[in-house]
Design a protein. Sequence first.
Length: 240
Amino acid sequence: MKSKILVLNWKMNPASEKEAETLFSFIKKHAKRPLVIAPPFVYLYKFSARRDSKLKIAAQDVFYADKGAFTGEVSAGMLKDAGVWGCIVGHSERRVILKESDILIKKKLQAVTKDGIAPILCVGEREKESVYKAWAYVRGQLEKDLPEKLPGNMLIAYEPVWSIGGDKETDANHSEKIIGLIKKYIKKEFGKKIGVLYGGSINCGNIAQFLKFDTIDGFLVGSASLRKEEISCIINKINN
Ligand code: PGA
């Protein structure tokens, strides 16, 4: 099996620094090859100081300007200064709940790229539909979101919105097809090969269905990344 990239998206969890510390220490102890933790902003400095060859840190969002009067926002330069390796951009929760537009997402991608941070762009259709229709939606997102040049460290996470939530239906065959189409599109439009992850209700019980596809370069894990037994099981399955 090809080696897989694992990105743990904690979202707005855990609720306290103490719990975050316990979870971080557990993951650091069990990490077998490079994996990425994306904690809330307030924990970035603390955890990036403890990054090592097996553990990288990513942010869950960024703002496009370098500095200035943007209350509540954080720049890519600040992330870099905090020792952050990557940044999730355009997660569906931000697209849907915070109404982030493709124009904004493109600017954010340009900002992180400029500062050398690895962008992890999230795309995915909202409702369950055929591969044909889902690809038309995802392709539209790629056309609108991607800047003219893609950095070598860029990742895309295909996350069908109907699978996000930790306990939702997943479809490995459908996802593998869309991921293949994303890769073909990037090769054709940008002349590049980039890593494409799958995200949406991945857990210890269903990961094997996805692991059989070499097309899938890794996983963006939300809910299961907060549960110790799930994390160690996922790490073991990926490394076997
Ligand atoms: P989930 O979230 O694993 O809880 O479905 C994945 C994500 O939103 O990145």
